[in-house]
Design a protein around this ligand. Structure first.
Ligand SMILES: Nc1nc2c(ncn2[C@@H]2O[C@H](COP(=O)(O)OP(=O)(O)O)[C@@H](O)[C@H]2O)c(=O)[nH]1
Ligand SMILES: [Mg+2]
Length: 260
């Protein structure tokens, strides 16, 4: 199947492996399917077929790269790019990512322009929320008018941890269950404050922060995420969207524009 290459809402999603990136994209597109992957020229490099509930890979070029476009059948208005692995600390990978961001932030061809960057930091790794990779990105990567939103993912795991901790300290199961959400919330706030504190003083700090909870659950709400993304769009980013929405009549783009 050929997907029409019309202007899309294009998002770069970043963050280490297991941060919950793919899960967020699936929720936004309301699917449990894997994305189809196209190279920068629209040629399909990876296609999955669902067979007895399992995703079978039909075409594969090997690992995907940042230029690849991830598109979900269920909502083709979104095109995603996955930063894939600069977080491992390799200079060459970082440079590739930086080049991609710089080029696509300023892309003269509107349909290639990225509108937003979602940078995922998982809260189940509290001891390493801001690593060298995050420092390097927010210190060295100028995304221009393209907003970067930090997504603190897997916040639900904090309540689970709190529950275990309370029990260890002698609470009954009932009591621990009652108090865990509240304690989890406190830890969450603490994490958010810490991350803000670290990142806001760097050279190119994020525009916004958002905590995401239980995104692995089908039907998790993405409204907050989309609203937050829309409100972070700058005039220039918005202009791109307005024009692309006129060309393609994308309902979603209009929503973004109106919400502004
Ligand atoms: N508890 C919890 N698990 C999550 C959440 N989001 C994703 N996960 C799980 O984390 C794992 C990695 O998620 P994935 O989206 O594949 O991460 P990626 O490597 O960044 O694409 C999967 O097992 C997900 O089900 C969340 O909000 N809460
Ligand atoms: Mg993934």
């Amino acid at each position: 199947m050929q997907i029409d290459r019309i202007p899309h809402f294009r998002i770069l999603v970043m963050g280490r492996a297991n941060a919950g990136k793919t899960t967020i994209l699936q929720r936004v597109c309301n699917t449990t399917d894997q994305p189809e992957i196209f190279d920068g020229n629209g040629v399909k490099v990876c296609h999955y077929m669902k067979l007895n509930g399992a995703h079978i890979k039909l075409v594969q070029r090997g690992v995907h790269i940042i230029e690849d476009e991830l598109v979900f059948q269920s909502n083709q208005q979104f095109v995603f790019h996955d930063s894939c692995g600069f977080e491992a600390g390799e200079e060459a990978e970082f440079d590739k990512m930086k080049k991609f961001v710089t080029e696509h932030a300023k892309a003269t061809k509107l349909e290639k322009r990225i509108h937003a960057i979602w940078y995922c930091i998982p809260l189940n790794e509290m001891h390493r929320m801001v690593t060298a990779a995050e420092m390097k990105f927010f210190n060295e990567c100028d995304s221009g008018h393209v907003p970067v939103i930090v997504l603190l993912t897997k916040a639900d795991t904090l309540s689970l941890d709190a529950f275990q901790e309370l029990k260890k300290k002698g609470s009954t199961v009932d009591d621990a269950r009652k108090r865990a959400p509240e304690v989890g919330k406190e830890v969450q706030k603490c994490c958010l404050d810490k991350v803000k504190d670290w990142l806001d003083k760097l050279e190119f700090p994020p525009q916004n922060y958002l905590v995401l909870t239980s995104m692995q659950q089908k039907g998790a709400d993405c409204e907050e995420l989309l609203k937050c993304t829309a409100s972070a769009l700058t005039e220039e980013g918005l202009q791109g969207l307005l024009i692309s929405s006129q060309q393609s009549n994308l309902g979603l783009c209009m929503e973004f524009a109106i919400m502004k």
